[in-house]
Write a protein that binds this ligand. Sequence first.
Ligand SMILES: *[C@@H]1O[C@H](CO)[C@@H](O)[C@H](O)[C@H]1NC(C)=O
Ligand SMILES: *[C@@H]1O[C@H](CO)[C@@H](O)[C@H](O)[C@H]1NC(C)=O
Ligand SMILES: *[C@@H]1O[C@H](CO)[C@@H](O)[C@H](O)[C@H]1NC(C)=O
Ligand SMILES: *[C@@H]1O[C@H](CO)[C@@H](O)[C@H](O)[C@H]1NC(C)=O
Ligand SMILES: *[C@@H]1O[C@H](CO)[C@@H](O)[C@H](O)[C@H]1NC(C)=O
Ligand SMILES: *[C@@H]1O[C@H](CO)[C@@H](O)[C@H](O)[C@H]1NC(C)=O
Ligand SMILES: *[C@@H]1O[C@H](CO)[C@@H](O)[C@H](O)[C@H]1NC(C)=O
Ligand SMILES: *[C@@H]1O[C@H](CO)[C@@H](O)[C@H](O)[C@H]1NC(C)=O
Length: 403
Amino acid sequence: MTCTSQLMEKMVGSYVLWLALGSCLLTLASTEQQGDRNFINIHSYDPCQNYTRLDEPSRSTEYTGQGQLCDRDMNGWYRFVGDGGSRLPETCVPMSRCQTDAPMWLNGTHPTIEEGIVSRTACAHWSGNCCLWKTEVQVKACPGEFHVYWLQGTPKCNLRYCTDPYTAKDNCENTCRPEEECSFLNGTWDCYCRQDLNSSDVHSLQPQLDCGAEEIKVSLDKCQLGGLGFGDNVITYLRDRNCSSITQREERNWISVTSPTHAGACGNILERNGTHAIYKNTLSVANEFIIRDTILNINFQCAYPLDMKVSLQTALQPIVSSLNISVDGDGEFTVRMALFQDQNYTSPYEGAVAVLAVESMLYVGAILERGDTSRFNLLLRNCYATPTEDKTDPVKYFIIRNR
Ligand SMILES: *[C@@H]1O[C@H](CO)[C@@H](O)[C@H](O)[C@H]1NC(C)=O
Ligand SMILES: *[C@@H]1O[C@H](CO)[C@@H](O)[C@H](O)[C@H]1NC(C)=O
Ligand SMILES: *[C@@H]1O[C@H](CO)[C@@H](O)[C@H](O)[C@H]1NC(C)=O
Ligand SMILES: *[C@@H]1O[C@H](CO)[C@@H](O)[C@H](O)[C@H]1NC(C)=O
Ligand SMILES: *[C@@H]1O[C@H](CO)[C@@H](O)[C@H](O)[C@H]1NC(C)=O
Ligand SMILES: *[C@@H]1O[C@H](CO)[C@@H](O)[C@H](O)[C@H]1NC(C)=O
Ligand SMILES: *[C@@H]1O[C@H](CO)[C@@H](O)[C@H](O)[C@H]1NC(C)=O
Ligand SMILES: *[C@@H]1O[C@H](CO)[C@@H](O)[C@H](O)[C@H]1NC(C)=O
C-alpha cells in the first residue's frame, strides 16, 4: 500500500493532524526521609559565614525619596546586598538621603582580607555637621569580595546606615537566582550558592521536571539542597542507579538526571490509561559516600497524550515507513506513516507484517515531523493499495484519490 502526500500551507481553522506533546505532573507527595540528616554544623562564629542579609535599595546614597527610617534596633553582623550597594560609603552623605534624616557613613577605609576584623567609626550627618553623632562599627572583608559589618543600634533617630550604589555587585554575566549570590571565587565572578541558606523543610525543594518527547529530565537546585544540609558530595539517581547525576554533566548549581522517554529505560515504569501514556520514576538523593542510605526519594511522572507519535514511540516494533519531502525554501520535512488497529491511533501494528481479516478496518496514520510543523499541515491526496509488493504495480486500488 502506498500513499502520496503533499504539504499544504496552513489555513486559518484548518485541521491539525496530530496533537502536541507534553503535559507534566510532579508529585512530592511520597517524599520520604530516612535516617539522620547531617546538618553541617559550624561551631565557629566567623561573621563571613553567619550574618544577616540586608537587601534594601533605599539605603542607597542616591535615594532621595521621603523617609524617616531609623536603625535603632540593629545588632549583629550584616551584609548589604542588592541594587542599593554592598558597602557603606566612605565619604560624608548629604542629609535626607537613604530614606532617613541623618545618613550614616564610614569615616575610614574598608579592610582587606588579611587585616581581619577592624574597628571603624560611623558618622551621622546632621545640621551641617558630617559627624554630629558617631558610633563604633566593625568591618571584615570576606572571600567572595564582600564585606560584613558589625552594627549596633544608632545613637539617635532618625539615623540610618547608607550604602554606596557604585558598589552594587553586578559583575556576573548571568543574573543570579535568589538562592545564589554573585561572588568572586577561583579568579572569576560567578553565581555561587548562598552559604546562609537554611531550611529543614524538604518541600522547599522544588524539583524541576522537563517532559520531553525524547527525554525526561528532572533537576534539583543544588543551593536548596545545600540549605537542607546536603554538601557538595550529593548525588541523585533514578530507579536504575546507572542513570545518575555522576555520569551526567550538570549545569550551574543544578543537579539533574535525564532518562530517555522509553518504558524500561532508567527504570521508567509505563502506565497507560484511556488518554495518556504515563512514565513514572523515582529520583533518589544521597551522599556520594553513603549511597546505600538513601536520604530522600522523590516520585515523579510525565504524562503524554496518547497521540500517534507517542503510541509509535512506546510500541516495540511499529510498522513505519518514512519519507523526506522538500519544500522550496522551507527545508526538508519528514513524514512518517504507520498502521494502527484502532480509530484513536493508540495501538499501532507491531512486527514485520500486519495480517488483516477481510473487511477489517485499517487506520493509516501520517505524522509530520521535522520541519516547520506550525505552518504546514499534511493532506493525503492519493492513497492506494497494490496486490503485490511493487508499489508501481499497474493494478492499484485507490483509497483516496486526487483530494
Ligand atoms: C550566628 O550568630 C548568632 C549571633 O549573631 C549566634 O547566636 C549563632 O549561634 C551563630 N551561628 C553560627 C552557626 O555560628
Ligand atoms: C574622620 O576621622 C578622622 C580621623 O579619626 C578625623 O580626623 C576626621 O575629622 C573625621 N572626619 C569627620 C568628618 O569627622
Ligand atoms: C576552584 O577551582 C578548582 C580547580 O579548578 C576546583 O577544584 C574547585 O572546585 C573550584 N572551586 C569552586 C568554589 O568553584
Ligand atoms: C538553621 O535553622 C535551625 C532551625 O530553624 C536553627 O536551629 C539553626 O541554628 C540554623 N542554623 C544556622 C547556621 O543558621
Ligand atoms: C548498570 O551498569 C552495569 C555496568 O555497566 C551493568 O553491569 C548493570 O547491569 C547495569 N544495571 C542495570 C539495571 O542496567
Ligand atoms: C489519564 O492520566 C492523565 C494524567 O494522570 C489524566 O490527566 C487523565 O485524566 C487520565 N485519563 C483517564 C481517562 O483516566
Ligand atoms: C530523511 O532525512 C533525515 C535527516 O536528513 C535522514 O536521517 C533520514 O535518513 C532521511 N530519511 C529518508 C527516508 O530518506
Ligand atoms: C477512543 O477514544 C474515545 C474517547 O476519546 C473512547 O470513548 C473510545 O473508547 C476510544 N476507543 C478505543 C478503541 O480506544
